[in-house]
Design a protein around this ligand. Structure first.
Ligand code: BTN
Length: 247
């Protein structure tokens, strides 16, 4: 029988960052696997490359604590496939236009609706713990424009959402997936690949400050992006900071 973890949700009105708060709570060893920290307002929300913008009370900003200790250090990027694919499934309840943008954004019609910031700790050769921070745009209608345009479920559907219900709904999807993840992590990689934004489509990227044309083939065993380079005809792999999407 697969065991399903029940989430224990800690709610706050305002925090700097739910990832940071969860880390601090864990130090006192209060927190068990499945703990979720959610805040109505995040004052110093962190993104993968900068800050995370989210109006108070309009979106979901939360972090989940998991202990997938069966994963080797070299397999830790599978946590990303599990979480990103679960977010994709959740967003797909409301739209057929969701895609996964490498490494861990969810887009609706090329606009970003969700982002993930995963912070793992390791013990000898295995993962010890994982703090999974998620920013999911739900009811916000206006966003500042830096880089890729952001969107929300409300902008896409013209419906207003109840944040508590949406958090429960997403957690149910994630924790159900997590129950089978240990035994079927390769399936999450396959599903991630199927929904990968711009896969197989010649597109524009910025690499070493130069605009290039290339085609995404997928992700490799280390979670890097594999691309067919248009000009040199080589196949190359890239880490997060080495490539910027221009499309
Ligand atoms: C990204 O850059 O796309 C990742 C954004 C992750 C934002 C979330 S909001 C909740 C959690 N706490 C943080 O400080 N960041 C993550």
């Amino acid at each position: 029988m697969l065991s399903l973890i029940s989430p224990k949700i800690y709610r706050f009105d305002s925090l700097h960052s739910t990832n940071d708060s969860l880390k601090e709570m864990k130090i006192g060893s209060v927190v068990q696997e499945g703990a979720v920290v959610v805040t109505s307002e995040q004052t110093k929300g962190r993104g993968v490359t900068g800050s995370w913008e989210s109006n108070p009370n309009e979106n979901l900003t939360f972090s989940i604590y998991l202990e997938p200790m069966y994963l080797k250090v070299s397999e830790s990027h599978f946590i990303n496939y599990l979480v990103t694919y679960s977010l994709y499934q959740y967003v797909s309840l409301y739209t057929e236009d969701a895609m996964i943008k490498w490494p861990n954004d969810i887009l609706i019609l090329n606009k970003k609706v969700a982002g993930v910031l995963i912070e793992n700790t390791f013990e000898t050769k295995n993962v010890k713990s994982s703090i999974i921070g998620i920013g999911l745009n739900i009811n916000q209608l206006h966003f500042s424009q830096f880089g890729r345009q952001a969107t929300s479920l409300k902008s896409q559907t013209n419906k207003h959402f109840d944040l508590k219900k949406e958090l429960d709904c997403f957690l149910e999807i994630l924790l159900k997936n997590y129950a089978s993840f240990q035994f079927s992590k390769d399936r999450f990689l396959a599903w991630y690949h199927e929904r990968l934004y711009l896969k197989g489509v010649q597109s524009r990227f910025l690499i070493d400050e130069t605009e290039v044309l290339a085609t995404i083939k997928g992700v490799d065993a280390y979670g890097r992006l594999i691309m067919d380079m248009d000009e040199s005809k080589e196949v190359k792999c890239f880490d997060l900071k080495e490539v910027k999407f221009l499309d």
